[in-house]
Design a protein around this ligand. Sequence first.
Ligand SMILES: [Zn+2]
Length: 114
Amino acid sequence: MHEYHIVEGVVKQILERAKSSNAKKITSVTLVLGELSGLQEESIRIYFDNLAKKNLLEGAKLIIKPAKSKLKCKDCGVIFEHEKSNFNCPKCSGLGVLTNSGKEFYIDNIEIDS
Ligand SMILES: [Zn+2]
């Protein structure tokens, strides 16, 4: 139930933000989900639907933006998106190493009716 707690935490943050802006209703929420976060979009949607009841989130649209993982070239330092099984720098063909990006899961935007 690890994922459930993560989604629950995000939903709490969304509700707190909406309350502090005196929202009457939340119309849509955009989340950024890194491909290496270990979370599945499908389960986030299920948990979100479960948690978006009898509160400001009821009926809100959930948009999930995927974030690709990024690599940093060991030779020239360029940061580039990780394409499937390609670890080579687009600039110098050097070897890229994984950075921390791609593991993110955060609230990008909340739209409210006040
Ligand atoms: Zn390079």
